[in-house]
Design a protein around this ligand. Structure first.
Ligand code: FPP
Length: 252
């Protein structure tokens, strides 16, 4: 039978603030274009915003921060831009890993590793290995990540167990499939933020976001800072989460 880790149970119990914040860091290109700068400069400034938000999340006591840094669909961009994004990831890990480790940040990576260049895989593994025992902020980097692909990978693993006679198909329910996603032990995001004014998920955490609160901000990612994060958290605090149940005052 499966030895996959059990997922964290979701439900209406929660502390005041979001435990898990996930961010679609959008608008780097538009930020650059508005200033007559190359797109690469927008991405470079995007990494600076990322550093700010990791520090802010740490200060605000957020336990899990997931960032969408390269999607399965980003391969359709020009090769030069893909090279820029991979270069930024390399530099981010080489330059920032020691600081993240010193701050007690645990780095985890979700997404498809097969087919990535070997030095990128080595850096991702190094970041996960070095920080695996850290207990402050969990920084989950979604790299070469797409939600449909993640769900398809989970379905493939389950299908293999069925084909090998190790699993009865009738045993498969939503919880079972959830066990086979890339990071089943991480709680679902409470709050998903997308910058740049676009209002969609774009293949990001679609399974895990069933009951996430979505906040769309009109600013581009390079302008994101601690105040913007606090604003999104304040908006989250005004939402009533019912998880399919009734409003608290109706239920009592
Ligand atoms: C969206 O802006 C952003 C991305 C596709 C990548 C996000 C990447 C970073 C913030 C920097 C890289 C960080 C790491 C750790 C690798 P866009 O290019 O789609 O902007 P646009 O919609 O305005 O064109």
């Amino acid at each position: 039978m499966s030895n996959a880790a059990a997922p964290v149970t979701q439900g209406p119990d929660r502390s005041d603030g979001p435990v898990h914040v996930a961010i679609i860091m959008d608008g780097n290109g538009r930020w650059a274009a508005a200033r007559g700068l190359p797109r690469a400069e927008g991405h470079r400034r995007g990494v600076e915003a990322l550093r700010r938000v990791v520090r802010a999340a740490h200060d605000l006591g957020i336990r899990y921060l997931t960032i969408f840094s390269f999607s399965s669909e980003n391969w359709s961009r020009p090769a030069s831009e893909i090279g820029d994004l991979f270069g930024l990831l390399r530099r981010f890990i080489r330059n920032d890993l020691a600081t993240l480790h010193g701050d007690g940040v645990r780095v985890r990576v979700i997404g498809e590793r097969a087919g990535l260049e070997s030095d990128i895989c080595a850096l991702l593994n190094e970041a996960e290995e070095l920080t695996r025992d850290n207990t402050k902020l969990n920084l989950i980097v979604a790299f070469n990540y797409g939600s449909r692909q993640e769900i398809a990978r989970a379905a493939q693993r389950l299908a293999r167990e069925v084909a090998e006679g190790r699993r009865d198909p009738s045993s498969i329910d939503a919880d079972t499939l959830g066990h086979y996603l890339d990071a089943p032990d991480i709680p679902d995001p409470d709050l998903i933020i997308r910058t740049s004014g676009e209002q969609r998920l774009s293949n990001f955490l679609m399974w895990q976001s069933a009951y996430s609160e979505l906040v769309f901000l009109p600013i581009h990612w390079p302008d994101f800072d601690k105040a913007a994060l606090e604003g999104a958290i304040a908006e989250y605090a005004r939402r009533e989460r019912r998880f399919g149940g009734l409003a608290a005052k109706t239920a009592s």
